[in-house]
Ligand binder design. Structure first.
Ligand SMILES: [Zn+2]
Length: 97
């Protein structure tokens, strides 16, 4: 996993996109998505080029429209906290601005 300044870089679009924590409102499902290429993961520790799913297709499968209104972008500290737990960031890391 590539982390730049506390931000996870998408492994699929080579630094084009950052991973953001989101909540799919109606499913109450938290996941991590690349805003650029729409790749998503269920867990921070799963983020790699091998085991992603495509957020739009996933939402369509669940009968949702793949539009921004169906998701809430969560605070980045959601990811920072987990990176600290996974020891991928030092303990005192502030969330990136
Ligand atoms: Zn990407």
């Amino acid at each position: 996993m590539r982390i730049d300044n506390g931000v996870i870089i998408c492994p699929l679009c080579n630094g084009e996109g950052n991973i953001e924590p989101i909540l799919i409102n109606k499913l109450k499902l938290k996941c991590y998505v690349c805003i650029e290429c729409n790749s998503a993961w269920n867990k921070v520790e799963d983020i790699s080029e091998k085991n992603f799913f495509e957020l739009d297709s996933f939402m369509k499968e669940k009968g949702l429209r793949p539009i921004p209104a169906e998701v809430t972008i969560l605070d980045y500290s959601e990811i920072t906290k987990q990176l600290i737990e996974l020891k991928l960031l030092p303990e005192e890391s502030p969330p990136p601005t």
